[in-house]
Each structure stands twice: as structure tokens, then as C-alpha cells.
Design a protein around this ligand. Sequence first.
Ligand code: CA
Length: 367
Amino acid sequence: MKKFINKILIATLLVLFLACGDKTANVSDEAGASVQPIETYNWKMTTTWPPNFPVLGEVANKYAEWVEDMSDGQLKIKVYGGGELVPSLEAFDAVSNGTVEMGSGAAYYWAGKTPAAQFFAAVPFGMNSQQVTSWLESGGGMELWRKTYAKFNLIPYMGGNTGVQMGGWFNKEINSVNDFKGLKMRMPGIAGKVLEKAGGTAVLVAGGEIYTSLERGVIDATEWIGPYHDHKMGFHKIAKYYYTPGWHEPGTQLEFFVNKDKHDALPKHLQAVLDAASKRAQVWVLSEFDNQNGIFLDKLKGEGVEIREFSKETLDVLRGYTKTAVQEMVGNDPLSKEVYESYSAYQTRVSKWSKLTEQAYYNKIQK
Ligand code: CA
């Protein structure tokens, strides 16, 4: 009985110490031995998305819940939407300088910091989500991503993948590459350069401003993600044609990034929790998009949207422009060259296998 009361006393003391904040203190157990109480960590995450943005912002909230559950409350992360703590596109700097412990976004937002970052988000005519995940996890991609972010005092983690995106919303048909001439289109990353080689103008528009820009004619066309998210954005109300495939973003990778000093100050098991939650996010985001996209594709069709496919000829010309755009990019930056060589060698290798198996399966079996 006495032992039991002692245990309750120790537990109460622990709770009192923990309630005092992040401080550690020693208490004694019934044998007088020193017991190290558990240190807790309270972190902030700033995202590049509006607060609670479907899927992209949701996964940040879920990540925080998973981390708290897996760490039994030892690591708590409070999530802030873009602009709540720092503006969306200042997330990288805020985490780099340690103002905020971690962030979430997509690496192509940081092309201005380091062009090589774009290969960790989306590469036109590049790998799909399964292949990108495989490159990062097993093919040396993650090591290169860490190398790319190391000079910013950041550690990157996978944060989900959208899968193959749709090719965008247009109010005129795109029957050949000439139809991109003079077209003002919201198009991020390397694909923006490809669009310009086709005679179009890539316009940078933040997610929350795309609808009004398209409605007011500031842009003629836009890409976004896929049926689920695009329906929520309401593009079907102001654009008629919905094109496939998303040649420009075949497997867009999302990210979490953590300040390295804050990361290294965590005990090893909490670092492992961050990593495990990132893998869970990678599965959840793609599952969520796949789950919802089929449902919302039918909804869009029911609301009068016309689905169109880019012709093979159009895509072949865009593929050629992509090669040129990438060569120009890697020619000016040794790190981009290193990352691209790894990426493209992996794509060549993995796509041989994918064609033999998955492509054959889609073509001959799964109708
Ligand atoms: Ca997109």
C-alpha cells in the first residue's frame, strides 16, 4: 500500500513538473534513485497553405496529431496556416533561421533560394508519385534533398504526393502547341519556362487568387491539382475545358522541413517519430486524392465540364521544350546538375520496369 501511495506521489510530482513547461527536474523514486522526468517539446509549424486547406493543410494538422500520439504527448506541434504566423512564402526563411521549428510546403516554392529544390517537387514529364517515392526512399533522392537543404540549416521530409495532376482549365480548346501562343496561364516551376518556350506567359498567382484572376481575365487558363481540389476551388464555374494529362506535374511531392538545430536537440526517438509521421503523410495524401478524385470527376462532368486530352503531338513538342528548359537550368548550377542526373537516371531505370508491368496492366487488364 505504501509503495502504491509513493507511486501516486511520484506521478503527481511528475505532472506538476511537466505542467511547469519544458523544464526538466529530478525526482526520487521510493528507493531514492534519481528518475529523469520526461522533457516535453512545444513546436510550431508554419504552412504555405491557407489554414485547414483541404488535403494540403489537413495533412499538416494530421501530422501534428500523429506526432503527438506517437510521442505520447512529448512532442506537440501547433500548426499555423500561411499568413497566420509568417506569410506563406516566408516559411522557408522562418524555419531556416529558427524563428519557427518546422514548415510545410512544396519545394518548387524555393527555386529562388536554390534552383535544385524544384526537382523535389515537380518535374515536367518526370516520375509519378510511386516512382518519386521510390527515388526518395530507396534511390538516393532523399540524400540529395538533405544536401540541397543543408546549407539553409534545414532537414526535409516527405509530406505527401498529389499523384498525376490534371493538365489545367481552359476556355478554348488546345488542339496543337500553337494554341499556347499568347496564352497567360498560371503555371509554376520548370513548367512555367516550358510554357514560355511555347509562346505563352507563365503568371505567378497564389492559390487563393487564382479564381478571381481567371474570372477577371488576368489569366486565360490555370492548372491546379485534380478534380477534388479543383472543384473546391470552383474553376468549373469559369472555365469550360478540363485537360488531361498533367504533363507539367506528374507526381508533385509535398514536404515538411525542420530547423536542423531544433531537430538535433530532440532525443533520437522523437526524431524517429518525425520521420515515421512523414511516411504516414506520404501515404495519406495520395490516398485522400485518389479516394476523392474519382468522385469529384463524376461531379464535374455532371456540372457540364468537358474533359479533353492533349494530343500526342502537342505533348511531344512540350517534352522537347522541357529538355531544353532543364538543360538551361542545370547548366548554370552544379547542384541542380547533380540532382537532375540522379533523378533522370532513376526515371530511365524505373520506367523500364513500370512499362513492362504497370503500363501493360493498365492497357490490357484494368479498363
Ligand atoms: Ca499543380
